[in-house]
Design a protein around this ligand. Structure first.
Ligand SMILES: C[S@@+](CC[C@H](N)C(=O)[O-])C[C@H]1O[C@@H](n2cnc3c(N)ncnc32)[C@H](O)[C@@H]1O
Length: 246
């Protein structure tokens, strides 16, 4: 397995662990991890170490605070009705993000990038390194949106584009802008909300048949997309890109 596949695979396993913890509790997660003791446990520890290093490296470079793992149970004022269906905040991996963009090779200057569940804005800042037409982040945790806006301003002072819009809202309700879209999901919600978002995006596309690409990283609930007519465009280790016929 090459380095990038390993990163994707480990990232996938950590997200699975977070899903188990959020849906079944810490005790069940520990039971499952103990069952896998040995190589599985070492892989997870190695991934966590590498992730902490990557987070620190990114934030050191830009003077931002986009990393760490934040549990939604510790956050206040979550908007909408889907708080219990959201997964913990964990920031995108810069290496995986670049790999996705290089593989997709889209004419990004024609596309708006929308991160549904943008957290503290890591993926927004990664997208800002590509010439997207515009960049928008949405998160239902007000303190994450505030942190993302602060991070955008800090990065802008380092020469990264500052015209990034970050809004508080529930992903299932977000009204998509017109024009070609790249929707980015970094395993933000459980199956119920992934299903709602997949149908919400399908309806938006039925009303406005523009190019629409969904990148789903750590696609734990992929069947929610494929079961409502989304088609594979391409896939890599730990991520998929989906689309619909225009
Ligand atoms: C795994 S983090 C991803 C962070 C960011 N996209 C990145 O790649 O760095 C998932 C984020 O989704 C947000 N989220 C979960 N459910 C949501 C919902 N229904 N609407 C909006 N945001 C949601 C959480 O608050 C969290 O910040």
């Amino acid at each position: 397995m090459n380095k990038q596949s390993l990163v994707g695979s480990l990232s996938f396993h950590l997200q699975r662990a977070l899903v188990v913890r959020s849906e079944f509790g810490l005790r069940e997660l520990m039971v499952r991890l103990l069952r896998r003791l040995g190589l599985g446990g070492r892989e997870l520890a190695a991934w966590q170490k590498r992730k902490m290093e990557a987070d620190a490296e990114f934030d050191r470079k830009f003077g931002t605070d986009t990393g760490g793992v934040q549990n939604l149970a510790d956050e206040h004022g979550i908007v909408g009705e889907n708080a219990k269906h959201g997964l913990a905040h964990i920031a995108s991996d810069p290496l995986q993000f670049r790999l996705i963009m290089d593989t997709l090779n889209l004419p990004v200057s024609e596309y708006t990038f929308v991160d549904l569940g943008c957290g503290k804005g890591r993926a927004l800042l990664l997208a800002a390194q590509f010439p997207f037409k515009s960049i928008i982040g949405v998160d239902f945790v007000p303190s994450f949106v505030e942190a993302a806006r602060t991070n955008v301003n800090i990065a802008a002072s380092q020469g990264i584009r500052g015209d990034i819009e970050v809004v508080v809202g529930d992903a299932t309700q977000f009204i998509l802008p017109s024009g070609a879209l790249l929707i980015y999901l970094y395993n933000p919600f459980d199956s119920r909300v992934v299903g709602k978002v997949a149908r919400h995006l399908r309806e938006s596309h039925q009303e406005d048949r523009r190019p629409l690409v969904v990148v789903y990283a750590n696609p734990v609930h992929l069947s929610e997309f494929t079961s409502c007519g989304w088609q594979f465009m391409t896939k890599g280790s730990g991520w998929v890109a989906l689309t619909r016929q225009s």
